[in-house]
Design a protein around this ligand. Structure first.
Ligand code: GS8
Length: 219
């Protein structure tokens, strides 16, 4: 029911996009509330008083915070439709390892690539490309990071596709030349409506970073 599930998010956030994909995969109807992170709503402050960050899922009035925890919560509560984590404990542990790797390695180096200049950009870009290549190695010849079908690790990483154009433009490199298999994987993921309908537009994200760079005097 629409009034049972509410998502508080901010459109360019890869963390928020993860939750949108998960809700779409499960076919869950929900109310979406866009947050202004410069003027956070009383609801966000009430629902996530510790970190005051999006995304927050509010289910039957109760908040769940942190994107990976939200995705796992949804997978556990709506367990009969389209399971995202494997049932085998070892495979679950492996998937959690890679999600953790993505959180530690991709977000910050990617953001720095878009929000810095000179040597700082070069260092961030190097870390970003190295980490993406590690993920490409993990993908190997499989269609998805989750194996034969789209799963938890795929939905953790694919939101960064929305940032790829910004990475290569601000970082001055070519994603497809550096990580061709990852681009093939991203295109495969995008064939799914749950993904294509949930991702932010690459050009819009680029404009968003452009504005932020002006605001922070990086240009
Ligand atoms: C990260 C959420 C986050 O950084 C998760 O949900 O997985 N580990 C968390 N959210 C950012 C927006 S995305 O850059 C946020 O809400 N920032 C607001 C602030 O820091 O004030």
């Amino acid at each position: 029911m629409a009034d049972e599930v509410v998502l508080l998010s901010f459109w360019p956030s890869p963390f928020g996009m993860r939750v949108k994909i998960t809700l779409a995969e499960k076919g869950i109807k929900y109310e979406y509330k866009e947050e202004n992170l410069r003027d956070k709503s009383p609801l966000l402050l009430k629902m996530n008083p510790i970190h005051k960050k999006i995304p927050v899922l509010v289910h039957k009035g109760k908040p769940i915070c942190e994107s990976l925890i939200i995705v796992q919560y949804i997978d556990e509560v709506w367990k009969d439709t389209c399971p995202l984590l494997a049932s085998d404990p070892y495979h679950r542990a492996q998937a959690r390892f890679w999600a953790d790797f993505i959180d530690k390695k991709i977000f910050y180096s990617g953001r720095k690539t878009c929000m810095s200049k000179g040597e700082e950009t070069e260092a961030a870009k190097k870390e970003l490309i190295e980490s993406l290549k590690v993920l490409e190695g993990e993908l190997g010849e499989k269609p998805y990071l989750g194996g034969e079908k789209f799963g938890y690790v795929d939905l953790c990483l694919i939101p960064y596709y929305s940032w790829f154009y910004s990475y290569e433009t601000f970082g001055n490199f070519n994603m497809e030349a550096e990580c061709p298999k990852l681009i093939g994987w991203a295109e495969r993921c995008l064939e799914k409506e749950s993904v294509s309908n949930s991702l932010a537009d690459q050009q819009k994200v680029y404009q968003f970073f452009g504005q932020k760079r002006k605001m922070y005097g990086i240009e």
